[in-house]
Every structure is written in structure tokens, then in C-alpha cells.
Design a protein around this ligand. Structure first.
Ligand code: MN
Length: 246
């Protein structure tokens, strides 16, 4: 049996067979952050993880759904006291999402204010084509908690700013296999990098990544960090433990 790994961003509820996936994660003793894209998914998705303490569920409202699901903000606020983790949330500046940018900003600002009011949360954040705007929003809400930038794809300058602001990062195989992604990852502080799959959305060679399928990501990180693979895996597990104890 392989050693436990960290999957800091996985859409467990979107696999065709989530219960089997939970069983596999439990057997392997992996740590999985099971993210949701709408507050309405919270109930069913957190039920999946019952009895498996290493699977944590995050309360989310995906920026790509900001327009159609903004009416669920009330539910988000109602559920937030039970949720220690928040995500997937954030901003998307891509061409398909710019048309409802105002809704995105309203939803994200609302979520950050709610996190401040609850004393802070650990957030897994989407920032595609919107890194500077996202960092600006975080700066407007001191006390929101801890930011984990998922699949960060900004510039080196935006990365430097995020590091300065204390952000964490979660990186996956698809990101790390690209030249730009591995160049970004090589500049991230080693003790603030976690692995992720973003499955089942992220796919390698046409096959969706399975929960906690982080071997390729760890192999590339090991190379970037000049460690062996078990060393990189242990580093990520100990960083994860540090994050959750903050
Ligand atoms: Mn995602």
C-alpha cells in the first residue's frame, strides 16, 4: 500500500462513484479536501465524508457559477459556522466569465466578509486570469483567514505579492507539467506548497485524475526541491499539518 498523500482540492462529489472513492481514500489514509461548487451541495457532500476524518469538506460557491447561484449566499452564511474550510471560491477573469464580473465580485466580497465575521477560515481559491483582483479583494478583508491559491496561473510578480501576503499554494500534475506552472512552483516557499488533483476536472492523458492521485505532482516537486519522492511527500504532509494547526 502506498503512503498517505495530501489532495488539497478535489471535487469528490462530481465523480460517478463517490462512495467507492471515499473507501479508497480511507484505505490509503490520504488527506483530501473535498470542495463544493454550490452551497446546496454541502449537505450531501459532507455526508460522504462521515466517519472518515481525513476527508474534510469545504463550503463553496464557484466563481463560474456566481451569476446563477448568487441566491445561495444566504445558505452559504447559514452553513458557514459548521464549515472549517471554504472553497471552491474566488474570481475568474477568463473570457467566458467576464460578462458577470460584477456578480463575481459581489459574491466573493460577501464570502470574505462572512469569513471575517466567523473569525477566519482556510480558503481554497480559484484565481484564473484574476490573480491581482483576487489579491486586492483579500487585502480588503483582513481576518478572512488563510488563503490557499489553487492551480495558481498568474505572473511571477503576482506570485511574489501572494507570497508576501502569506498565501499558500496547491499544485497539481497538469500545472506542474507545463513550463510556466513549474517555473511558478519553483519560486513558491517549500513549506507553503500542497498537492492537489482538481479531479475529476483535471485529466492526464485524457483520464480524469482520481482523488489523491498525486504521484506525478510529487515526482515533479521532488525534482524542483532537490529531494527524493518520499521526502517531497513527507514535506507536503507536514506542511498540511502545519496549515490545519494554524
Ligand atoms: Mn476546482
Amino acid at each position: 500500500m502506498s503512503s498517505p498523500v495530501v489532495d488539497m482540492h478535489c471535487h469528490l462529489d462530481l465523480y460517478p462513484n463517490p462512495r467507492e472513492q471515499v473507501q479508497r481514500i480511507a484505505e490509503r489514509k490520504s488527506y483530501v479536501l473535498s470542495v463544493t461548487t454550490t452551497p446546496k451541495a454541502w449537505g450531501g457532500t459532507s455526508d460522504l465524508a462521515k466517519g472518515v476524518p481525513r476527508i474534510k469538506t469545504a463550503l463553496g460557491l464557484h466563481p463560474q457559477l456566481a451569476k446563477e447561484r448568487k441566491s445561495e449566499l444566504k445558505l452559504f452564511e447559514k452553513l458557514l459556522p459548521e464549515a472549517r474550510y471554504v472553497g471552491e471560491v474566488g474570481l475568474d477573469g477568463g473570457p467566458n466569465c467576464r460578462g458577470f464580473w460584477k456578480d463575481q465580485i459581489n459574491v466573493f466580497e460577501h464570502i470574505l466578509s462572512a469569513c471575517v465575521a466567523e473569525g477566519g477560515r482556510i480558503l481554497t481559491l480559484h484565481s484564473r486570469a484574476a490573480a491581482s483582483d483576487l489579491l486586492d479583494a483579500l487585502e480588503r478583508h483582513p481576518g478572512f483567514g488563510t488563503a490557499v491559491l489553487h492551480w495558481f496561473s498568474g505572473t511571477q510578480r503576482e506570485l511574489a505579492r501572494a507570497i508576501e501576503m502569506g498565501c499558500w499554494f496547491s499544485v497539481g500534475a497538469v500545472m506542474l507539467r507545463s513550463k510556466k506552472g513549474s517555473a511558478l512552483a519553483s519560486r513558491m516557499p517549500v513549506d507553503r506548497v500542497l498537492t492537489e488533483t482538481d479531479g475529476p476536472f483535471a485529466a492526464m492523458d485524457g483520464t480524469p485524475l482520481q482523488p489523491a492521485e498525486c504521484e506525478v505532482a510529487l515526482r515533479i516537486l521532488a525534482r524542483l526541491w532537490s529531494m527524493d519522492e518520499p521526502g517531497a511527500r513527507d514535506q507536503v504532509v507536514s506542511s498540511f499539518r502545519e496549515l490545519v494547526s494554524l
